[in-house]
Write a protein that binds this ligand. Structure first.
Ligand code: HEC
Length: 141
């Protein structure tokens, strides 16, 4: 069996370019001289974070259970008995903070202790989690 030719050089230079660009951006962000270290981190994060595309995040991470439209009429959603997250009477039971907490920490069945929705804390940033929650909230109106 022939092994395909390795093409490391172009890849390596792309990585290098990305690294140089990223560190350049970090330096730029820091040179804006924010008031505190926390502000500095925040400023860099805001400046360098790619624009959050809530629709894509929703489609990638949430749609399988909650459905494209948030109504939960999917195979997995029906199995898990997800509620219609666009129904005003359902949404009225949660506040935005509860929803963010549920997505961040995950949800467990109170009786069986089984995970109903996993925690997204490691997969998504706090900003991305709020964006997906805002997205689902926007489906109600
Ligand atoms: C594996 C299936 C599954 C996936 C994927 C999933 N969820 Fe859930 N989600 C559930 C279940 C089950 C519940 C609990 C039943 C309910 O409230 O509908 C739930 C509940 C919720 C609730 C209601 C909050 C609460 O306290 O009950 C919100 C808001 C929510 N999910 C948002 C999301 C977002 C945003 C994503 C993507 C980042 C996501 N879910 C991905 C299964 C899932």
């Amino acid at each position: 069996m022939k092994t395909s030719a390795t093409r490391i050089p172009p890849l390596a230079s792309t990585t290098l370019f990305t690294l140089v660009t990223l560190s350049g951006l970090v330096v730029l962000g820091l040179s804006a001289q924010p008031a505190s270290a926390a502000d500095a981190v925040e400023a860099v994060a805001t400046k360098n974070a790619p624009a959050i595309d809530a629709t894509t995040l929703w489609t990638k991470n949430c749609k399988s259970c909650h459905g494209e439209d948030g109504k939960g009429k999917t195979k997995a959603g029906s199995k898990l008995h997800v509620q219609d997250l666009t129904a005003p009477e359902v949404v009225a039971k949660f506040c935005r903070e509860d929803m963010i907490k549920a997505v961040t920490e995950g949800l467990k069945d109170e009786k069986t202790g089984k995970t109903r929705m996993k925690s997204y804390a490691e997969k998504l940033s706090a900003a991305e989690i709020s964006a997906t929650v805002d997205y689902v909230l926007s489906l109600t109106k």
